[in-house]
Write a protein of this length. Structure first.
Length: 223
């Protein structure tokens, strides 16, 4: 006699499988949440150290060597970099927030992400190009030393934002439903990982924008 129940999981096994899937999804969300915010916190400490060095050397002003006359970044570089990073971060933050809440269609999010990535890339390029046109060398003053040490790192962070947004955009083009999932796809592993990465990127681009504002104030306003 054939056992027709062979190979059919009982109700308890099915419930356990659903529980394992739920735990796995929550673990993925927690990993993205913790990892992105830990990296942002470490980055904030690093740029905070740069700000401390700025004010410490400024307060010492040994023998009037804090800043030589004419040592100031060009507004034609610093202002566009500030605008590009702030607008790019605001654009991605807004559309990602709407996307995660299900209030934005996939085409709008992809366009916003592509534009934001291009803005961060242009900001990085402008900043690196501007480093070749400062007109001063690192050891010429305390101001110059801090500027030359910090600004290339900031440009690398802009490139990092560009890469992160580009990977999200590429993923959304390969798996098109991941931006606007429906039905069972809403809680699928692909959607969980994509949403976690997008949430982390949203925090990261805000950090880059805030650092851009801080550096503009330090090197172009206060000086």
């Amino acid at each position: 006699m054939v056992d027709v129940t062979a190979g059919v999981p009982d109700r308890g096994s099915a419930r356990a499988g659903l529980t394992d899937d739920s735990i796995e999804r929550e673990a993925a969300r927690g990993a993205y949440w913790s990892g992105s915010r830990l990296f942002v916190a470490l980055s904030a400490m690093m740029f905070g150290g740069a700000a401390f060095a700025y004010f410490y050397l400024h307060s010492l002003d040994s023998a009037g060597l804090w800043r030589a006359p004419g040592q100031r970044p060009s507004d034609f570089i610093s202002v566009p970099v500030l605008a590009l990073t702030v607008v790019g971060a605001a654009l991605f933050w807004l559309y990602t927030r709407q996307m995660l809440a299900g209030q934005s269609n996939s085409a709008d999010w992809r366009v916003a992400t592509g534009v934001a990535a291009a803005m961060f890339l242009l900001a990085a390029g402008l900043q690196l190009w501007g480093m070749t046109r400062t007109g001063f060398y690192p050891g010429s003053s305390g101001y110059a030393s801090v500027y030359v040490a910090v600004m290339p790192v900031f440009a690398v962070y802009c490139l990092g934002a560009t890469y992160w947004l580009e990977t999200l955009l590429a993923r959304s083009l390969r798996v098109r439903w991941v931006v606007s999932p429906e039905g069972a796809n809403v809680d699928s592993p692909e959607r969980v990982m994509f949403a976690g990465s997008a949430t982390g990127a949203k925090v990261f681009v805000v950090l880059v924008a805030l650092v851009s504002v801080l550096l503009f104030l330090l090197f172009s306003i206060i000086t």
